[in-house]
Design a protein around this ligand. Sequence first.
Ligand code: M6R
Length: 618
Amino acid sequence: MCGIVGYVGGQTALQVVLDGLRRLEYRGYDSAGVAILTEDEIRLAKKAGKLSNLEKELQERGDQVMAAGNCGIGHTRWATHGGPTDRNAHPHLSADGRVAVIHNGIIENFAKLRAALEAEGIEFRSDTDTECVSHLLSLELRKTDDLAAAMRNVCTTLEGAFTLLAVDTRTPGKVVGARRNSPLVVGRGQGENFLASDVSAFIAHTRDAIELGQDQVVLITADSIEITDFSGVPVEGRPYHVNWDLAAAEKGGHEWFMFKEIDEQPRAVADTLLGRVGEHGEILLDEVRLTDQDLRDIDKVFIVACGTAYHAGLVAKYAIEHWTRIPCEVELASEFRYRDPVLDRSTLVVAISQSGETMDTLMALRHAKDQKARVLAICNTNGSTIPRESDAVLYTHGGPEIAVASTKAFLTQLAACFLVGLHLAQVRGVKYADEVGAVVDQLRAMPELIKKVLSEMDAVRELARSLAEEKTFIFLGRHVGYPVALEGALKLKELAYVHAEGFAAGELKHGPIAVIDQGTPVVCIVPSPAGRGVLHDKIVSNIQEVRARGARTIVIAEEGDEAVVPYADHLIRVPRTPTLLAPLVTTVPMQVLAAEIAHTRGFDVDQPRNLAKSVTVE
Ligand code: M6R
């Protein structure tokens, strides 16, 4: 939700900020704006729509003074308060024009703050919650010249979630930032420093980053970085080195980031698995602040996650219960804390999140911790809030995922979930090291199998083009194929804006089969006949049932499974895999199908309408 960048140094701030915003556009793209500090004033430009609209406006304006500034901030927005218009775009100026502010998050008490400011005669120029911060900051700066102190004082009056950046005309060469419940990282350069929602914004300039903690304020100049908590006590941020480069965040010759990310999946899954087995055959997590005894005491597992990560959790349930014999529930993170789940010290809550910043998941995690449960995070973003607040962490190491709809995040989350299941089984003595080793070997074979699936996607792309005008799609699966069906439907909805629903195949006859009409495309995910035969046979019957009612069946089945051939209008083959691991291959054709349909329909595959990559509001 919203990308923010700040810069001070020897380069043209406008260019650095615009480049950073381009890499953060996945976080929100309904408007964009910049504020550049010149000698004695703030030059502001903001525009509704994508960043390209702002760039066009800047080009037409040709403001040479603005282009020469060395200190500035920029914002790309995903609207919460106030529609996506020019006037609601960030930055927001204070009434006296002294201060410009950008914001990611929601100021929950903004209505009260706004009423108080209006009562003092301040006229608001937008419908945003953010604007009150710019007025408050400029009022504080009448009491102190210290920009960081003024920001700290303002932050103590704010409720909700926020990352704020501000510049002040009377404090040249400085950008101040603050964070509570929203991400902010510092980039440390040579004679220049950066602030951003994530490192991709400044990675072209430096790979040295500093992670900011909760409730902290940072002041950067070209040569210094000062971090304090909200009461002004100096604190050390956690420095770290970013080990992926700019090329990893670029499209690498593909038309869309998503096409590239789909193609990267064999490598991404291999990286998730890399170095996970210790010298005694034990599974290694990245950070463990729990003892093995803590894990042995676990008698219940809850998985909390949203969207695609939730679907990964649904697959994980099958593996975790099968391997550990511990009951495992999967919950939508946004619902978890409202239904008063039964949690205690012997509950393990697994929070899955690509970004590590999803507010619903973070709040579920905090609720679990309040109830004394242990929390383990599966996350792709090093140093983000969810892993930081967890007792143990397994990073997926999938590399940056830029396309808003998740693809490689899902597959790497699956691989990570399998590792967590194996770790639990091993620590609890339910599986011996050699049994765990055998599954790890099967997992390690998966990247090659995913590669094979990817090499045979031309027919799926052709099929997608023939389906591009369809209005409704149904996805069916059983066992681990059921969450895969949900994920297939989600991909299609978010990318191609068509109605798509995933069902447990057995549930169809209890109602949804009524929607099947002549020609309705139904994607069926068929489990291996070599696994549990009954599962396979049941879904073959389900395929016949929908076909008898006119459906156009698109069947994803294992090589050598001849039983499905008579009932498949289109057959997509995947290699043979162990039943539990099958989602690592069966998901891929559905990702390609959805991306290709969206592309054929002329939609923006990387930035679908109404969505944001990182959902940092509840
Ligand atoms: O960053 P997270 O994994 O926590 O994000 C969770 C969901 O918001 C995310 O998976 C979302 O559903 C994507 N649009 C799926 O493609």
